[in-house]
Write a protein that binds this ligand. Sequence first.
Ligand SMILES: *Cc1c(COP(=O)(O)O)cnc(C)c1O
Length: 367
Amino acid sequence: MSFLELATSGVQGLRPYQPGKPIEELKREYGITNVIKLASNENPLGPSPLVLEAIQANLAELSRYPDGNGFELKQAIANKYDVEMDTITLGNGSNDILELIARAFVTSQQSVIFSAHAFAVYPLVTQAIGAKMIITPAITWGHDLTAMREAICDDTRLIFIANPNNPTGTWLDKDNLQNFLESVPNNVIVVVDEAYYEYACKNPNYPNSLEWLKTYPNLIVTRTFSKAYGLAGLRVGYSISHPQVTNLLNRVRQPFNVNNLALVAGTVALSDSEYLDKSIELNRIGMRQLENAFNDMNLSYIPSLGNFLAVEVGNGAKINEALLTKGVITRPIDVGYGMPHHLRISVGTEAENTICINALKQVLSDS
Ligand SMILES: *Cc1c(COP(=O)(O)O)cnc(C)c1O
């Protein structure tokens, strides 16, 4: 007997998420000591010092269960973004929330829409519940909102939109996204995944999606502490949605899905605007550094509002392997994302970017 046959058909078709290669793994496998990782869109500054202090001060609380309602963190989010606390759902990373949404609203008889080259967690959570995936073709690597609108059928319950999208970095402006929301029937949930919000919101045409929540009760906005706030390892994210939707998400949520230290860290992180500004500025400068280098090297890349760039290098998987031997971890996006000619490179510190650029130059001239 194969256990594969016992699994639900959705799970049988699942491909496990492929994370960026951990630094320690590369050191072990290749026997090298100098390794940089620009593969998972992490904040190269590390966490805020204020957050580290708060975590240390709360270590003794680890014998206690966390506050299952996350009162303080929700209060901090509510104050910062001027929303009511009963619109907030906390997650073990925002990936947790993406899964809660699928489980709360979609059955295996229904369909979920997302774009080609969109974030890999959308197919994952859709297939895990055995629902039908409707994948719309991309337009210049970004979401084609017209195609997504036209793809809606009677059984469609959920649409995932990443703004900006990972791994392409493409984004949707205010007017286009609002027109789309206006056109979607209100029995279809629309998730606007804003994992890179803090980087993207500096752009004047980037929407303030929270403004739309009152007009479009079927809208759920998700955000995270994993990227600009530098807390990917702690796992904490949140969504903001209509109170009734929020109530439903909280019914399927595990009672203690966000741990003590993550709750404390998130609360303190929101108050440390100096660290956030520094992170965003470092990203702005690093993004320009990578863009300039790729321009000089005649490599085309997809303009990005995130903290990463998808750059066209020929055979992405092969170039990635060659970069690994030089201690540089980037992200091939052939498997799962359908972009075999690109590599996704996260913006690092100036020194990390320089190492990556030089390694890429060498590897491309050798190949
Ligand atoms: C990184 C990322 C997330 C967030 O993941 P967490 O679970 O919060 O760490 C969500 N959506 C997109 C598009 C991302 O790139």
